[in-house]
Write a protein that binds this ligand. Structure first.
Ligand code: MN
Length: 378
């Protein structure tokens, strides 16, 4: 750990807090207790340079709100450097005392391409990531990209990632050409994820063509609203289709405090039971589940705080799901590291809850060695 960077950040953070609390009395007594907590951020984006080239080929050919959105990031050399240069990333981590990042391919990932190019880019990205993880195992862990366009190739890549490459799980950037993971054709991906103990990070992307049009106005197709609408739809489709009855050991991670679903759990159960009471399952094509929808969310899902630096929402998610289901994330480089770190360092959760959110859950889920483990002494 870069102690100078850590001290510099903590001093800056203390000054910021002091000024914030000047008029409103400090309720931030938790800060000195938590500043020593190991900090692991779990939704941190990267991509190899070739990835941007392939996207820009498409984005420059077709002018749509989505292609303009992509160009807004991918045509900026500074953003491409943040995403592809691990020294730039490390400097940012050191500046704000982030101990470790679980890094994964940026949205929209490799899924917008055809099966062949998608699989090729996934392997290229995974090789690059594995190299960085091997070089700095105390600073980086990685999630493997896969191309669900070819479910069998994706399953083989999960095996390669979890064995040869030493990665910690899989990221799927949500729908694939409009298909969601409840489609039975994706069974090989779930089988591999369960067999190799790979948590599946379901990261949002732009809504598929069938729902995109109303999101194209006001810049709503991206992270402002469309990502959440698309990804929550995807997760609820997985629950309602019985994916977790078929794969009870499957673990799914959602960013952005659960894409709004924690707020909706009671209503999911209520409506599911209401339709069952009215005998409407067959007419509406509802699959009878072994448990209530919320129970899958509470036992098969984990959340990260990415881009949702809101203490009230964090407290609500911890209350609703338990501190053992929530993990810290920044969403680098799309969100500011300073803001995310200040947010978590000023949380009013108990030190015990906070230690789960800052590192214990990530260590357990992604098989990351504890900081005091011999293999973590870098
Ligand atoms: Mn993200």
């Amino acid at each position: 750990m870069d102690t100078i960077g850590r001290r510099k950040f903590l001093a800056g953070s203390a000054a910021l807090l002091a000024s914030a609390a000047a008029g409103a009395r400090a309720q931030q007594a938790a800060v000195p207790q938590v500043k020593a907590q190991r900090l692991i951020a779990v939704e941190e984006a990267f991509a190899p340079p070739r990835y941007f080239e392939e996207y820009l080929k498409i984005a420059r050919r077709i002018d749509t709100p989505v292609s303009r959105y992509l160009k807004m990031y991918y045509e900026k050399p500074a953003v491409v450097r943040q995403l592809s240069d691990f020294d730039v990333r490390l400097a940012d981590m050191d500046e704000y005392a982030v101990d470790m990042e679980v890094v994964s391919i940026t949205a929209p990932g490799v899924q917008a391409f055809g099966a062949e190019l998608g699989s090729e880019l996934a392997m290229l990205a995974n090789d690059m990531l594995a190299e960085q993880v091997a070089a700095r195992p105390t600073r980086f862990a990685g999630l493997a990209a896969v191309a669900p366009q070819s479910p069998d190739a994706a399953a083989r890549e999960i095996e390669r990632a979890m064995t040869t490459l030493g990665l910690s799980g899989v990221i799927i950037n949500s729908h694939t050409h409009g298909a969601f993971l409840d489609d039975p054709g994706y069974a090989p991906i779930f089988e591999a994820a369960v067999a190799f103990d790979a948590p599946l990070y379901l990261h949002p992307t732009f809504p598929p063509d069938a729902m995109l049009e109303p999101y194209n106005d006001y810049g709503m197709m991206g992270a402002l609203w469309g990502f959440q609408a698309e990804c929550s739809l995807h997760a609820v489709r997985m629950i309602m289709s019985g994916v977790f009855d078929r794969y009870p050991r499957l673990r799914v991670v959602l960013g952005h405090m659960g894409e709004g679903i924690p707020y909706w759990l009671g209503r999911l159960d209520n409506r599911y039971q209401n339709i069952r009471r009215r005998g409407g399952f067959d007419a509406l094509g509802i699959t009878p589940l072994q448990r209530l929808p919320s129970e899958y969310f509470q036992s098969n899902f984990y959340l990260s705080t990415s881009g949702m630096n809101d203490h009230a929402v964090l407290n609500y998610c911890v209350e609703r799901l338990g501190a053992e289901r929530v993990m810290f994330a920044i969403d680098y480089p799309y969100e500011r590291t300073e803001e995310a770190v200040t947010f978590i360092r000023t949380s009013s959760l108990t030190p015990e809850q906070l230690s789960r959110v800052t590192h214990l859950n990530a260590q357990a889920l992604f098989h990351i060695a504890p900081a005091d483990h011999p293999s973590a002494q870098g």
